[in-house]
Structures are given as C-alpha cells and as structure tokens.
Design a protein around this ligand. Structure first.
Ligand code: SDX
Length: 352
C-alpha cells in the first residue's frame, strides 16, 4: 500500500514523518508535527499560530460527554472509557452528517484537541478528583499534564510529554492504523475509523504493551531482580513487554529517544530507580537473545516511554490512552489519505 505519510527503514532504524526524521521532529512543538502529518507540510509561523489557536479552542468537552464519562466506571483500562466518549462525541458533533473535506478537517482537529482532555477527565473521575478545565496558555502536552495532575508541569516534564506525543504520533501501517485504513476505505466517517483504531490499539501485543511494561517495572521493582525476571519469562516461553518489533531489525529509533528523555527525567527527579531497572532489563534481554537465539532483541517504542510515564506520574491504566492521544494525529492523516482513494481494501485469504 502506498503512502506519503511515513517511511520506516527497519534495517537501519530510521523513521520519518513526511520525509523528516524523528530526531529532527522531536525538537519541534507537537502542534507543528501534528500539522505536518495532517497537511503534509511544515507550517509557516502564522499557519502554526492559527492551527494551535484552533486546537486550544477545541480542547473543551461538553457537559453531556462529561456526564457519560462520569458513569463509565472503567475496569483496568481507561481506553474503554475513551472509546465510549469518542462514540458519544461522534453523535454530538454538529458536522457529523457532513463528509466534506472541510467538515472532516474540522472533526480531525476536534479529535486531536479533545483526546488529552478526555483522557485526563477519565482519570480525574476514576480517582474521585474534581475536573480541571484546559489552560489555553499551556502547550498541548503541558496542558494534558496540568489537567491530569492539577499542577503546571516543570519545563522538563512539559518537554517530555510533548516528545512522547510526537514519538507516538505515527508509525506507518501498524495494526491500529491499518485497521483504521480498512474502515476509511469503506468510506465510513472519520469517527468510526478512529474508533476502529482505538479498539485495535488496546491489544497487549500493540499499544497495550506500554501498560504491560509499566506493570512489569512495578513487579520487578529493582534492577537487582531484572536478571531473574527475564530468565523466568524465558523458561515459561513468555514474551517480555516492550521488546521486539515486526519491522525493526535494529533498535527502534523511538526507543533511543525515549531512553534519553527518561534519563533526563530520572536525573531531574534525583531518582534513577526506574531508569536503572529498565537499562538492566535491556542488557539482560540483549545477552539472553544473543546466547539463545544468536541474534539480539531491542526495546521498542513502549519500553522507555513506560519509564517516562512512571516519572510523569501517569498511571499504568492510562498508558494506552495517552499513546492514543499522540497517535490520533497519525490516524486522521491516514484517514484522509485512504478516504481520498475511494476504493475498498479487501484482502484475500488462503483457504487451507
Ligand atoms: C507497538 O507495528 C508497529 O509499528 C507497532 C508500534 C507502533 O508504533 O504502532 O511500533 C507499537 O505495537 C510496538 C510493539 C509492542 N508490543 C510488545 O512490546 C509486545 C512484546 N513484543 C512481541 O509481542 C513481539 O516482539 C512483537 C509482536 C512486537 C513482534 O513480533 P514478531 O516480530 O512477529 O516476533 P514473533 O512474535 O514472531 O517472535 C519471534 C521470536 C519468537 O521466538 P521463537 O518462537 O522464534 O523461539 O522472538 C521471540 C518470540 O518468542 N520474541 C520475544 C519477544 N518478541 C519476540 N521473546 C521474548 N520477549 C519478546 N518481547
């Protein structure tokens, strides 16, 4: 399937959005990267200001949706509540029956703008805390942490969450994006396509892995226990969350960038427990794979991002939803690209 949105070199470990490498994109504000994905070009300063203003205006959630969230007493995964809230938003969107390019662009901006607010509201209700309205003075990422935790994040924390949204934003035909494109290929509406992506992202072998890594860090707790943990998993032939990738045959470039962000947060917090534990797990996994399979295994995007979430006090049950808050920009970009083909994706099976 052709695309102009993302390219991955699995052998060299290179990831580009619209031809620009993530190492460069990571230095930009999330709004600029989101604009690049959706519009296909780096925004001029006045274009970025207009886009950011639209996003800031659309961050708010109406009372009916918040009331639905209040009764959504989700279990272990906030994504269920987010999925319900997006379904309700689809019903209440004033342009829901308009499939014009302009209406779809407005809906995609509403989705990108509202995901962080929805995720924060889910958490505040779940933990019995009062809701916090968006602060239009804060960046996309900083505003999310403010609504989630009730305090304005430090500069390092704001930088970390912006980079998380950027590095989570897009990854070619990963399972959730591919399933979204199938829905888009039937000419279904953008909300239906994004809900498809949300449902697919939840699986523990895909976006759910980030929660799996956070749970693993809590279970192992200290770098002294890392070796035995890995050996036990191998003996039970169980997979270790956050490692391996279907496409990368060398290290996922996002894992390297997240590792740097995690180190910066660990040093800023004066607490390297989670970083040291993660690094030890990485070393043991590499050694065990080389010894037992004659090849290495590397961390993927979900491994060190989980360490970043630990330092940002993002709870495990929110991890997949926060991933979705970044990924929604990539999803809506793929929706537009697929929708423009006006041709259904219909693979054949091999009958056995
Ligand atoms: C994401 O596609 C994307 O782009 C997704 C994503 C994105 O940005 O959207 O990058 C995000 O989903 C990252 C992946 C998150 N999932 C996990 O971290 C779950 C753990 N990882 C594994 O499930 C696995 O590595 C996959 C699914 C990620 C990749 O699977 P592959 O390449 O198909 O590998 P495999 O399952 O065929 O395994 C090959 C071998 C097996 O051993 P053998 O049977 O050959 O002896 O490698 C082993 C596996 O057991 N193996 C692992 C392992 N991953 C592979 N062993 C232990 N721990 C692991 N994590």
């Amino acid at each position: 399937m052709d695309t102009s949105i993302c390219s991955i070199d699995g052998m060299e470990g290179i990831l580009r959005y619209r031809g620009i490498e993530v190492e460069q994109l990571e230095q930009m504000p999330y709004d600029a990267v989101s604009y690049l994905l959706i519009y296909g070009k780096i925004p001029a300063p006045q274009e970025l200001e207009a886009y950011s203003r639209k996003l800031r205006e659309e961050r708010y959630i109406n009372r009916e949706i918040l009331n639905v969230l209040k009764v959504c007493n989700y279990g272990t995964e906030a994504l269920d509540s987010l999925r319900t809230a997006v379904c309700c938003s689809a019903h209440m969107d004033e342009e829901k029956d308009d499939s014009s390019m302009e209406a779809n662009m407005n809906k995609s901006i509403r989705l990108v703008a509202k995901f962080p607010t929805l995720v924060a509201a889910v958490h505040r209700y779940k933990t019995g805390k009062f809701l916090i309205a968006p602060d239009e003075k804060l960046s996309h990422g900083a505003n999310f942490l403010y609504m989630l935790r009730g305090t304005v994040p430090s500069a390092i924390e704001a930088e970390a969450i912006e980079k998380d949204f950027i590095l989570s934003a897009e990854h070619e035909l990963n399972p959730s994006t591919f399933s979204l494109r199938i829905t888009a290929s039937t000419m279904a509406d953008i909300y239906s396509a994004v809900i498809t992506g949300l449902c697919t992202l939840k699986g523990p072998l895909h976006g759910g892995a980030r929660k799996g890594v956070m749970d693993m860090l809590d279970e192992v707790a200290s770098h002294e226990n890392a070796e035995q943990y890995v050996l036990d998993k191998f003996s039970r032939k169980e997979k270790v969350m956050g490692f391996g990738h279907r496409v990368y045959k060398t290290c996922d470039p996002r894992a390297k960038l997240f590792k740097d962000i995690a180190k910066k947060l660990a040093d800023d917090h004066g607490d390297t427990q989670w970083y040291d534990l993660a690094e030890r797990l990485e070393q043991v996994m590499y050694r065990e794979f080389m010894q037992n399979k004659g090849r290495p295994i590397y961390p993927n995007v979900d491994f060190y991002s989980a360490v970043v979430y630990k330092y940002l006090e993002i709870p495990p049950e929110l991890a997949t939803s926060v991933f979705a808050a970044g990924r929604v920009s990539g999803w809506v970009s793929h929706y537009f690209e697929q929708y423009s083909h006006n041709r259904v994706i219909r693979p054949r099976a091999n009958y056995i």
